[in-house]
Design a protein around this ligand. Structure first.
Ligand code: C5P
Length: 397
């Protein structure tokens, strides 16, 4: 009877006073309850029907985004510091006859509803990883409730993909570990693994190799949403173009001033070209991005006044070149006392670091009055990564 009571609690819908036979019949129909003692309960009981699972997933800002040269596969190696923000989308997955995607909320009209949708791609990638046998029904109905703006540099699509991954992992009872899910996530998009992890983390490779970072405190941010969207690929391409132009100019300047001798003298170790402040070597090639130890120390201190001036985003000039009004938005934040003002990721959202919650509210009001963006919100970070909310149980009992 004790075992039946446990099963009843786990299924959340069986009256404990029901007779033992009924309860056992119900329990036998259950699927996939984690944490039950299988030695006591046995494989057949280790199950519960879950009809839908909802996950909550955060937006992110990059506190450092240092971009290397383009790789052969078109991506760029990065050194980045991801920081999850308490601005969440919700993703619900449910078994269905056919695959479908429904989107509501912020920017819903510009989210693809077909196989291009990142959440749909995540479901397909997880199915590939664990095999189609994991599904009870042939399809998955995905419902996304958006608060994270689309194509805004906040990795909202990646967040939705991470939400779909953890939700399907729960729905199907695949039992994949966080690390295994991160490997599937990396195949879906560069920022998806971080959206699973959340918090503050260092990202390497194209951003998909994430390691949690040691940070203290809660940071108060103001986000200024733009009316426009920017494509991540277009911003990286603009970054490459700007750098190529700068490299050409530098080469011409070097020739004009016969700077070859100076270049040799600048070489720090005798066998490499000297590095400029902008991260470009004197021979026109680009330096390997490095993690900012100053930023990491500031983040450990938990003092936003130390963190603010160290925020850096190599994609910012590219985003501003595509959307010049961002320059004004960034300047307005600084004028109103932001400790740091950066374009978030590939933009066009601008992120401003405030001293505390009250300062963030004041800054939000000032930015709203300055009329430099579509809308303004204040949020805190770091926030947790993709989190499963309570699964919906089958109501057929
Ligand atoms: O990985 P994800 O699909 O989010 O990347 C979108 C686009 O951003 C890529 O197709 C690529 O053009 C660009 N990108 C890049 N280097 C990265 C990440 C993204 O060039 N590290």
């Amino acid at each position: 009877m004790e075992m039946l009571k446990r099963l009843c609690v786990l299924t959340s819908r069986v009256d404990v006073s029901a007779n033992a036979e009924t309860a056992l019949t119900m329990a036998l129909r259950c699927r996939s309850v984690k944490g039950m003692d299988s030695a006591v309960v046995g494989d057949r009981y280790d199950q519960i029907i879950v009809t839908a699972v909802t996950a909550r997933v955060p937006a992110k800002v990059n506190l450092q985004l240092s971009v290397g040269p383009p790789r052969a596969d078109g991506y760029h190696d990065l050194v980045t510091v991801f920081h999850a923000l308490a601005l969440f989308d919700e993703v619900t997955v449910a078994p269905a006859e056919t695959d479908s995607v429904r989107v509501s909320g912020e920017g819903a009209a510009s989210v693809p509803l077909d196989g291009d949708n990142l959440a749909a791609r995540a479901v397909a990638a997880l199915t590939d990883a664990v095999g189609p046998g994991c599904r009870d029904e042939p399809g998955v109905a995905i419902e996304i409730r958006k608060r994270i703006p689309v194509a805004a540099g906040l990795a909202g699509g990646s967040a939705d993909a991470a939400g779909a991954l953890v939700a399907c992992n729960e729905l199907w009872g695949t039992g994949l570990s966080q690390q295994e899910l991160a490997e599937v996530a990396a195949r879906v998009g560069s920022d998806v693994a971080f959206a699973l992890l959340g918090g503050t983390a260092i990202g390497l490779g194209r951003g998909e190799q994430v390691t949690p970072a040691l940070v203290s405190g809660t940071y108060h941010w103001v986000l200024a949403f733009a009316a426009e969207q920017l494509s991540t690929a277009a911003v990286y391409a603009a970054c490459d173009r700007l750098r190529a132009t700068q490299a050409d100019r530098a080469t011409q300047a070097d020739r004009a001033t016969q700077a070859d001798r100076a270049t040799q003298a600048d070489r720090a170790d005798g066998d490499g070209p000297g590095e400029s402040a902008a991260g470009r070597w004197a021979d026109g090639s680009w330096a390997e991005p490095q993690l900012s130890t100053a930023l990491m120390a500031a983040l450990r201190s938990g003092d936003p006044t130390e963190v603010g001036p160290l925020l850096v985003n190599d994609l910012e000039p590219a985003a501003v070149s595509l959307l010049p009004r961002l320059r004004r938005a960034l300047a307005a934040g600084r004028e109103h006392g932001a400790l740091g003002a950066i374009v978030s990721g590939s933009g066009p959202t601008c992120a401003y670091l405030a001293r505390d919650g009250a300062h963030a509210r004041d800054l939000a009001v000032a930015l709203t009055s300055a009329d430099v963006c579509r809308s303004v919100i204040s949020v805190t970070g770091p926030a947790p990564g993709a989190t499963v909310l309570s699964p919906a149980a089958d109501q057929r009992w």
